[in-house]
Design a protein around this ligand. Sequence first.
Ligand SMILES: [Zn+2]
Length: 305
Amino acid sequence: MAPTPPRIQFDRQFDAQTGQTVAVAEGIVRVIAPNPSPYTFTGTNSFIVGHQRLAVIDPGPEDEAHEAALTAAIGERQVTAILLTHTHRDHSALAKTLGRRLGAPLWFGGQHRLSRPLRRFEVNPIRRSCDWDLVPDRVLTDGALVELGDMALRVHTTPGHCANHLAFGVADGDVLFSGDHVMGWNSTLVSVPDGSMADYFASLDKVIALPYRRYLPAHGGEIADGVAHAAALKAHREMRNQQLIDAVSAGARTLGAVVQAIYPRQPAKVRMAARMTMMAHVEYLQAEGQLRATRGLFGMRLELA
Ligand SMILES: [Zn+2]
């Protein structure tokens, strides 16, 4: 039997220093945007990478003070590109304006797209959070290198949270910008069909096999041992798969009943996210042949396969 991974620990003790330019590693500074919420924790982390030639990762929301803080931190230095980990608006809304101001192109993993086509009558529950119209000047593919003079970033495709999600590794270094894929303060929202649980599992395996240990996520503080944390997140999701199977075995027939069984005492806002994530688990287990979900006019009926 494989050894049991340690129980997941979430770190919510984090001094955001919103709007301040904070040096977090050699050639890397962070400025946190003033958009805290239950989904963004203390706000979006925007990173500036490089010494003389820079990349900006995730400019964040459209906010004048945040834009001023970023341009002040950049100063007169040349920005090679604005990079996005993905096209959810809390990461991307400022990208166009900032790119125009700096004369910098916008590079990311392709225009926003769903992880699978919508079913008849289905609505993407997070459609308003997505930046559908943003078009990259260059589509970054897996393994691409973003050269920044004496530093470089390696592109790693990490779909799951959403289809065009990327992580960026400091080439020949220890740091991975893990975006929303691996975060220290909470597990990632996976909402179908924007995201995919099967892709998310595969992308966890992918980053675990990469040579980076120190993760800088797009929300919350850094993760000292990112590989161990990604492994714990994977175990946490596997536990949720098992809890879903157990709830259906015990007689839960609807998504609501499953969420009630697994998250009995959660506030409404968290329960909404739990419902979306549980739906992603249902689709995953259905594809794995472990669960049967019959979709009808009045919702979905669950049975063991
Ligand atoms: Zn985000």
